[in-house]
Design a binder for this molecule. Structure first.
Ligand code: NAP
Ligand code: ZN
Ligand code: ZN
Length: 370
C-alpha cells in the first residue's frame, strides 16, 4: 500500500473512531466478589440504525444481581455492573427504529441480543438461544468488546428488537421489576397452564414470589403461598394467595401433600426439594426458578412415587415478555416496590439476604445522576 493511501486510511479510521467514540457514563460496579458496589465509569455505544438509547429512570434489584456481584455462580467477570430490570425514557433512536420515538417509555430485561436464527430464537425462546444469548450484563459485548453492563447506570443502548413497550397506565417504578421478576414467574405459569381448576404453589415471598402469587391468582388458579416468614402471611393473602402455608409447620405442609398441579420454587438458598415434591400430585411439576449457588439433593423416591416432574425455567422470550407486560397493563398489575438511592444498594443486598424486602427494591436512578 502506498504511504499516502495508508495515511488517508489512518485519518479516515481516526475520524470514524472519533465519530463513534463510546460515551462514558456513570454506573455502579463490583470490582471483585468481596468488594461492595461502588461508583464506576463505563461506556455505551453510539446508537446504530436499529438501536434505542434509553435514559434509565428505574432499575429493579434482582437476587441474581447479588449472586453475580459476589460471584456465587462462579462465572462473573469484573468489574460487573448488575441490573436487568430497566425502565427509562428514549433519548435517541437509530434511523431504522420503528417501535419507539424519542420521549417514549421503554424497558429492557435480561436479554439484549441473541443469534436470531437458531430453532429456539425462531420459537421466541431467545433466552435459550443455542447460538449464544447476550444477557444484559456479564455477556460478551460484540459492539465495544469486553462484557455487557447492566442497568445500575445512567443510560443503556439496546437493539429495538430486544426493547419492550411499557403500558402507560402502570407506575414506571413499579413496572421495572416485571422485566425479570415478572417474566420469570409468568413464563412457567403459562407453560404449565396455570388457570381455573389448577392448584398452584409459589415458594418464597420475595421479588419473584410476590409476582408469582399475583399472576397465579390473576390467571385463575387456586393459589397457595409457601413462606418461611410468619410476618409475610397477611401480605401473601393481600397479594392474592387463597392460602398461605408456613413451610416450617410440618402439620400444615402435610395437609397439602400430593395436591398441587404446579409449584414454582423461587428460593435462592439451600432448601429441601423433597419437601416440595411431596406437595405435588401424580404428574404434577415442581419448577425451579430460584438458583441456589450449591447443588440441591433430591431423593429418587420423591419423583418416582407417584410419578412427578422436577423442572426448571429461565426468564422468558421477548414476545412473551411483551405479552406479560400487556397483560399487566390490562389488569393493572405491577410490583410492590421500595425505592432506594443508588448509594443504598449494599445495604439493600444485606436486607435481601435476610428475606427483608417488601417486595422488590427499585433504584431511583436520578440518585446516580445527582
Ligand atoms: P428474593 O427477593 O431474595 O426472594 C427469595 C425468597 O426466598 C425470600 O424472600 C424468602 O421468602 C425465600 N427464602 C430465602 N432463603 C430461603 C431459605 N433458605 N429457605 C427457604 N426459603 C428461603 O429473591 P428473588 O429476586 O425473588 O430471586 C429468587 C431466586 O431466583 C434467586 O436465586 C435468583 O437468582 C433467581 N432468579 C432466577 C431467574 C430465572 O430465570 N430462573 C430469574 C430471576 C431470578 P420467604 O421469606 O417467603 O420464605
Ligand atoms: Zn433477575
Ligand atoms: Zn438463537
Amino acid at each position: 500500500m502506498r504511504l499516502d493511501t495508508l495515511a488517508s486510511a489512518r485519518s479516515l479510521l481516526s475520524l470514524s473512531l472519533h465519530k463513534f467514540d463510546p460515551m462514558p457514563i456513570r454506573a455502579y460496579a463490583a470490582q471483585s466478589p468481596s468488594s461492595p458496589l461502588a461508583p464506576h465509569s463505563i461506556s455505551r455505544r453510539e446508537p446504530t440504525a436499529s438501536d434505542v438509547e434509553i435514559d434509565i429512570l428505574y432499575c429493579g434489584v434482582c437476587h441474581s444481581d447479588l449472586h453475580f456481584a459476589r460471584n456465587e455462580w462462579g462465572f462473573s467477570q469484573y468489574p460487573i455492573v448488575p441490573g436487568h430490570e430497566i425502565l427509562g425514557r428514549v433519548t435517541r433512536v437509530g434511523a431504522r427504529v420503528t417501535k419507539f420515538a424519542v420521549g417514549d417509555l421503554a424497558a429492557v430485561g435480561c436479554l439484549v441480543d441473541s443469534c436470531r436464527s437458531c430453532p429456539h430464537c425462531a420459537r421466541g425462546l431467545e433466552q435459550y438461544c443455542t447460538g449464544g444469548a447476550i444477557f444484559t450484563y456479564n455477556s460478551p459485548d460484540k459492539h465495544l468488546g469486553g462484557v455487557t453492563y447492566g442497568g445500575y447506570s445512567e443510560k443503556v443502548v439496546v437493539d429495538e428488537a430486544y426493547t419492550l413497550r411499557v403500558p402507560s397506565n402502570l407506575n414506571p417504578a413499579a413496572a421495572a421489576p416485571l422485566l425479570c421478576a415478572g417474566i420469570t414467574t409468568w413464563s412457567p405459569l403459562k407453560h404449565w397452564k396455570a388457570g381455573p381448576g389448577t392448584k398452584v404453589g409459589i415458594v418464597g415471598l420475595g421479588g419473584l414470589g410476590h409476582m408469582g402469587v399475583k399472576f397465579a391468582r390473576a390467571l385463575g388458579a387456586h393459589t397457595v403461598l409457601f413462606t418461611t416468614s410468619p410476618s409475610k402471611v397477611e401480605d401473601g393473602l393481600r397479594l392474592g394467595a387463597h392460602e398461605v402455608v408456613l413451610s416450617k409447620d410440618a402439620a400444615a405442609m402435610t395437609k397439602h401433600a400430593a395436591s398441587f398441579d404446579l409449584i414454582i420454587d423461587t428460593v435462592s438458598a439451600d432448601h429441601s426439594l423433597d419437601a416440595l415434591l411431596a406437595m405435588v400430585k401424580l404428574d404434577g411439576t415442581v419448577c425451579m426458578v430460584g438458583v441456589p449457588p450449591l447443588p440441591q439433593k433430591v431423593a429418587a423416591f420423591s419423583v418416582i412415587m407417584p410419578r412427578r416432574n422436577l423442572a426448571g425455567s429461565g426468564i422468558g422470550g421477548i414476545q412473551e415478555t411483551q405479552e406479560m407486560l400487556d397483560f399487566c397493563g390490562t389488569h393493572n398489575i405491577a410490583c410492590e416496590v421500595e425505592l432506594i438511592r443508588m448509594d443504598e444498594i449494599n445495604s439493600a443486598y444485606e436486607r435481601m439476604l435476610r428475606s427483608d424486602v417488601k417486595y422488590r427494591f427499585v433504584i431511583d436512578m436520578q440518585s446516580l445522576k445527582g
